[in-house]
Every structure is written in C-alpha cells, then in structure tokens.
Design a protein around this ligand. Structure first.
Ligand code: NFE
Length: 485
C-alpha cells in the first residue's frame, strides 16, 4: 500500500491536506485535514453583537456576503426581527448576495476546476504565454480537448476574470463595497438605491447573464460531454441544504426560500430538522469527544491532540455525514422547489443525459452549478423589477441583555449556519458551521468518514491517483478558510 500526500492541495481556498492510501490501482483510504486555525469564534466572545457581522464577514474573501447574511439572519432571530424585514430590504439583501453567488460559480469553474482538464502545451499565439502560468491538469497528449477547444476555454478563462469583476461591482453598487459589505444589517439594509443604481445593476447583470448563456453553460456541457464518465466519479449520497434567498415575506427560519431547505437520505427528499445537527470533534484537534448541538458543547483548541488529524470539526445530521453544496440544492430543489426551477433543472439534466441521482458526483456538481447560475441570473432580474424604491428598507431594533439566535442560509459551497448567545448585552458564545466543515470533515466518533473522504475512497485510479483525487476534491470547491474559522 502506497501513501500519497497532497499538502496543500492547490486551486482551492485555504489549506487542505489530502492523504491517500493507494493499492492495486484503488484508493483504499482517504484522510482530509484542515491545517489552519484562527479562532474567530473566540475573538467574538465579549464583543458587541453587531460586531458579529463585520468580523464573520472576514472569515473568507470569496463568500463574505454569505457570512454577512448568515450573521444578519442570526441577529434577526436573536433580536426578534425574523419575519419582519420589509420586502424592499429582503430583495436588496438577495440582490447583493445573488451577485456574490454567481461570482463564485464562475470562479470555481474557470479558475479552480477547469485547469484540471487542460493541457496548456496545446496553446498557441498569445495564449501560449498564459499556458506557462496554468498548472497542467493532464499529461501532454492526454487531454480530451483539442488544441482549438483548449484555446477557446482558456480565452473564456480570461473573460471570466472580467465577469467576476462585474459581479463584484454589483455587490458594491448595493452593498457599499466588496468584499465586505456595509449595507446588510439586522432588520434589513442601510442603503436605499435610486433608479441610476438599479439601471447600473441591470446593465451589468445582463453582461453576466450573457456570459452564463454563451460561455459558461456551453463550456460546462462540453466538459460533461468529454468527461461523461465523471458522473460515476466522486459520488457521496446523503445531501443537505439550508436553502437560501427568501422569496416570501413574513417567513422565519428556512421557510419560503428560492432554493428550498431539506435533506436527501436513502434517495428520498425530506424536510430539514435543524435540531438534528451536531458537531463532533472526536478526530479533530479540540478537547471534547461528544457530538454536541451548536452552542451546547465547548471545543477547546488542542494542537496535536491524540487521535486528531484536522482542525475541521465533523458536523453530522442525525449522526450521519451529509454532502452540502450545489448538488444538494438542485436535488432538493427538484423535489421541493418551484415549478420554473424544476423545469429548468430537468431540461439541463436531460441535456446532460443523467438524472437527479447523478448530481452527487464530480460531473454532477458542475452541472448543478450551471443549473443554479442560469436560474439565479434570470431571477435576479425579476427581483430588480419587484423593488419598491420608496418602501421601508429596515426595521429598528434594540440589543437584548440575554437572547439566542440561529441564522441559516446556503453559501455558494453549501449549508452555512451561524449561532449566537447574547449574555449581558454582549456575545457570550458564537458558533459557525460552514459548508466545507461538512464536506471536508474528518471521521467522527463512530469512525465514519466525511463526504470528501467518502468520495475519494474506492476510486479506481491511474498511477498515484493525483489526477482523479484533484478532480474529486475540487468538484466540492472546498474553502478551508470557511471550514475552520
Ligand atoms: Ni470561504 Fe464559504 C462558501 C462559506 S465554504 S467560501 O461558499 O460559508 O465553507
């Protein structure tokens, strides 16, 4: 048995170490380990509750809006504002966050995952110089893309940088700046745009939508056509989503969302029961070995703790690991989502020649992001139309002496939860469970592997398995900055 170590794995966010045991062309074991701890949850203790949003937004530079929003939902809940955010405030929050969501899918496909499939030595002309900067995903002669296709894909890689800038401009237009917005607050937003800002947003959104239709979707489908076998690669099974983008007013918790909350267990879509979420530290570098509900257990950082192999904790639902992210959202949306979403998702899955059960796979995660990108870029335009620019944008609030709150959403990479306990008007406890905490989690107290470990284990590989492992791990779009705060 050979041990293959990748540390750190490149083209993801943060520091992830993957250890494989490979024998007879098979990955027999896989260990996923997060190597960086910062202690942001501890830094929050003793601070003013409104600091939670500003500080947790700094957890990550690619999904800061997800944290800003989860913290706002969490404070909405603790401050008694949940269900009272005015329609204009709700829509503006969605419009700010929607732009960041689209940004992340473009970033993942072109700049993080696509190079896994490209042979830069096929590039010629001006693009050849760029080829020297791209790490080759395949050995010379082994790419399934021709030289002209490789040239087009890399040209789109460059265009995608500009599209990401456009998405950032949308966030800054309504949120004040990027990456860390100034506008989202408990009870709504602070900034009321006028017609010029709405027109600017619409203009830039059209550019993004055109890119999605004319570049991103065709490129994803070209990848799926050449790598259809990747629908059998990196499969998991259990799926979970907290849902995101509230589309109804007066709702609390996870009700009334564009992408609905739910779980998939044994192939069945079921409603979410948030009380079933726990977090084990049995194989992580913290003191404590129970599986605790958020805010209940204490996890003291203990570097090098016996039996531990990661700073990532192990979130579980009903004691089991669950994959979170686009595959989960689309699978659950096909069961519980609105008719327009179900139609769009079914059409694209049919075009890809697969069914909902194939979403939890390397290729399935790519098609799931494409489905979301097409749907969300259409829906954002409708939300602009629905904005009442004269309507209230927030409700006033006071900070209670004692309270607890829970804010659930989906970051682009999956289910994101923030929990707060306010004591004596200050933060007494704050807890974050991020998407990559679920996906990159180590084994739990029962020895059950986390989703990325499951996806890797049992994979047939050529040689040391680095090509297959890279594609599987990157299909989850891991972010270790989020996974360990
Ligand atoms: Ni740092 Fe994040 C997203 C969150 S992933 S990118 O999407 O929350 O764990």
């Amino acid at each position: 048995m050979r041990t293959v170590l990748v540390d750190p794995i490149t083209r993801i966010e943060g520091h992830l170490r993957i250890e494989l045991r490979v024998e007879d062309g098979l990955i027999r074991e896989a260990y996923s380990s997060g190597g960086l701890y910062r202690g942001l949850e501890e830094i929050l203790v003793g601070r003013h509750p409104l600091d939670a949003q500003k500080i947790t937004s700094r957890i990550c530079g690619v999904c800061p809006l997800a944290h800003s929003l989860a913290a706002a939902y969490c404070l909405d809940d603790a401050l008694g504002l949940a269900g009272r955010v005015p329609p204009t405030g709700r829509l503006l929050r969605n419009l700010i966050y929607g732009a960041n969501f689209l940004h992340n899918h473009v970033l993942h496909f072109y700049h993080l995952a696509l190079p896994d499939y490209l042979d830069p030595s096929l590039l010629s002309g001006n693009l050849a110089a760029l080829g020297g900067l791209l790490s080759a995903g395949v050995s010379a002669g082994e790419s399934r893309f021709s030289a002209s296709e490789t040239g087009e894909l890399v040209a789109h890689y460059v265009e995608a940088l500009e599209i990401r800038r456009r998405a950032h401009e949308l966030e800054a237009l309504l949120g004040g700046k990027m990456p860390h917005d100034m506008a989202i607050v408990p009870g709504g937003v602070t900034y009321r745009p006028g017609l010029p800002e709405v027109a600017s947003y619409r203009f830039r959104l059209k550019e993004i939508r055109d890119f999605m239709e004319n570049r991103y979707l065709p490129d994803v489908f070209l990848l799926l056509e050449r790598h259809h076998d990747h629908f059998a690669l990196g499969r998991v099974g259990n799926l979970l989503s907290f849902g995101c983008f509230p589309v109804e007013d007066g709702m609390t918790g996870v009700a009334g969302r564009l992408f609905p909350a739910g779980i998939v267990r044994s192939g069945q879509v079921e409603p979410l029961d948030i009380a079933a979420v726990t977090e084990s530290v049995a194989r992580s570098w913290y003191e404590g070995d129970g599986a605790d509900a958020p805010l209940s257990g204490r996890a003291e950082p203990t570097p090098g703790r016996d039996g531990g192999y990661s700073w990532v904790k192990s979130p579980r639902y009903g004691g089991e690991p669950f994959e979170v992210g686009p595959a989960a959202r689309v699978r659950i949306g096909l069961g519980l989502g609105d008719a327009a979403f179900r139609r769009l998702a079914q059409d694209l899955l049919r075009e890809a020649g697969v069914g909902p059960e194939d979403l939890s796979s390397v290729a399935g995660r790519h098609v799931a992001r494409a489905i979301e990108a097409r749907y969300l870029s259409q829906v954002l335009d409708g939300w602009l139309d629905a904005l009442d620019l004269q309507g209230p944008i927030a409700v006033p609030f006071a900070i209670p002496a004692e309270a607890e709150g829970c804010g659930l959403t989906c970051a682009p990479r999956g289910a994101l939860g923030h929990w707060v306990r306010i004591e004596d008007g200050k933060i007494g406890r704050y807890q974050v469970i991020a998407p990559t905490t679920w996906n990159a989690s180590p084994r739990d107290a029962d020895g059950v592997r986390g989703p990325i470990e499951q996806a890797l284990t049992g994979t047939r590989v050529n040689g040391d398995g680095l090509v297959e492992a890279g594609r599987i791990v990157r299909s989850f779009d891991p972010c270790l900055a989020c996974a360990v705060q």
